[in-house]
Design a protein. Structure first.
Length: 463
């Protein structure tokens, strides 16, 4: 048997990825049947024997086939980052806007909020709320945090339109309420600046800052401007303004926190002292501020497909997170009781409240949210015999056997030996490479026949 050697450049790589994703369900009856079941929009299905390295390709193919919203729950932030990078490879840079990763809020003492991450977070919620097609990757730590309820996000959001009587003072009050910070000059997302009748604003979900010019209380123009030069050009008809903070600056929410909190006397004292200091209400406490307790699952479309990666690992990570939280709580309370730490210290008080006062959801609390959507469950290599109670009941199971790619560690002899084994077994091997000349010499030196052919995406099939 021969080896077909095909050259590929960076431009053609995108075509190869597209062809590969299209070929996956065409070449696997199990995968085609699974996609059809999920397309129906109800029930939960399992896909076995698909290794972690192959899952992003399956997810990309699934998104190509179904579209809409695909919400992928993964065990850790590291897995989320790798999944995002792999999906970006398979979908291509032109589809980068369809990928979104929800990082967990950093609730550590004295954490500095990154404007870019805050912007990405609030844009994430806005896009899901608008029903935009997305592959949303959610690590467990982010799933286990309560978020601003969907209805509150929708009600607080507003749009500035050219010609509207938005109100000069009223607009500034709304921005302050939503958590935006007033600055002398806008330099990052989440800031606004005022001079004369001009309002510069870098809204959370905007790609660029906007210069909104008022005539009295009427919006006269909206123009993008450059952060470095501060010069504006072009025109816009409207600007979408979504919340910057998940808890509005409103005295009502402070009162609700004090009313609803029950806990040790020293923690209650820390809570009151912290709020009396006039600081913004930290977001870990938002579950006490709202009547509803919601997670990111409440933002997704009714027709979204959920993907649950390795339920057993998710349960293990959850126990580890609970243990860590419990230890931190015990250390803080012990330090206060012994006098080593003072609840009057702002950082200690905030830490006590974050660890003791703030409720958080567990996987069992999200069972109804998982069951409300079509779901794909990807079991790990070793799963518990007893199924997790929060995992939707599996309607049907499928198998897509995959194997890790071989690593030859730059050892040419290992590479050519494997080629001999494949061709000796009667297989035709297709090598796709950027170094076609060098690869041809290596293969021919090993005594193997080589044919050079143009890469045909239409004829690509998986084996």
């Amino acid at each position: 048997m021969t080896i077909a050697l095909e050259s590929i450049d960076t431009t053609a790589r995108a075509g190869l990825s597209t062809a590969l994703l299209r070929a996956m369900p065409l070449s696997s009856r199990a995968l085609a049947a699974l996609f059809e079941r999920l397309r129906a929009g109800r029930g939960a299905f399992a896909l076995h024997e698909t290794i972690a390295a192959a899952r992003p390709a399956v997810l990309a193919a699934l998104y190509r086939a179904l579209g809409g919203q695909l919400v992928v729950v993964v065990p850790t932030a590291d897995v989320a980052e790798r999944t995002f990078a792999d999906l970006l490879y398979f979908l291509g840079e032109e589809h980068a806007d369809t990928l979104a990763l929800l990082r967990s809020r950093d609730e550590t003492i004295g954490a500095i909020d990154s404007p870019s991450e805050r912007s990405a977070r609030m844009t994430f919620f806005a896009d899901l709320l608008d029903g935009k097609p997305r592959i949303a990757i959610v690590p467990l730590a982010a799933l286990r945090q309560y978020v601003m309820p969907r209805a509150n996000f929708r009600d607080e959001r507003f749009t500035l339109c050219v010609g509207d009587d938005a109100g000069w003072d009223a607009t500034q009050r709304r921005l302050y309420r939503l958590g935006y910070r007033r600055a002398d000059v806008v330099s990052a997302a989440g800031e606004y600046a005022v001079r004369g009748g001009i309002l510069d604003l870098f809204a959370a979900s905007a790609a660029t800052p906007m210069r909104v010019e008022f005539f009295g209380d009427t919006v006269e123009s909206i123009r993008p401007f450059d952060l470095e030069t501060q010069r504006s050009e072009g025109q816009r008809d409207a600007l979408d303004v979504v919340p910057w903070s998940e808890i509005p600056r409103d005295e009502r929410y402070r009162e609700l926190l004090l009313e609803r909190f029950t806990g040790p006397a020293n923690v209650t004292a820390a809570l009151r002292a912290y709020l009396d200091g006039g600081a913004d209400v930290p977001e870990p406490w938002l579950a006490l501020a709202y009547d509803q307790r919601e997670t990111v699952l409440d933002y997704v479309s009714d027709h979204a497909t959920l993907v649950i990666e390795e339920p057993g690992m998710l349960a293990t990570i959850e126990r580890a997170l609970d243990d860590e939280r419990s230890r931190e709580e015990q250390v803080l309370l012990a330090g206060v009781d012994s006098g080593e730490l003072s609840i009057n210290d702002a950082e200690v008080g905030e830490a006590l409240l974050a660890e003791v006062a703030a409720p958080y959801p567990r996987l069992r609390d999200l069972q109804a949210g998982f069951a409300a959507h079509a779901a794909l469950v990807l079991p790990g290599g070793i799963e518990s015999i007893d199924p997790q109670a929060w995992v939707p009941a599996i309607n049907e199971s499928f198998v897509l056997e995959t194997e890790p790619a071989e690593h030859f560690n730059r050892q040419i002899e290992l590479f050519t030996q494997r080629l001999r084994e494949w061709t000796g077994a009667g297989e035709t091997v297709m090598l796709v490479t950027t170094g076609v000349g060098r690869t041809t010499d290596i293969v021919r030196a090993a005594g193997l026949d080589v044919t050079r052919e143009p890469l045909s995406f239409d004829k690509l099939r998986m084996t």
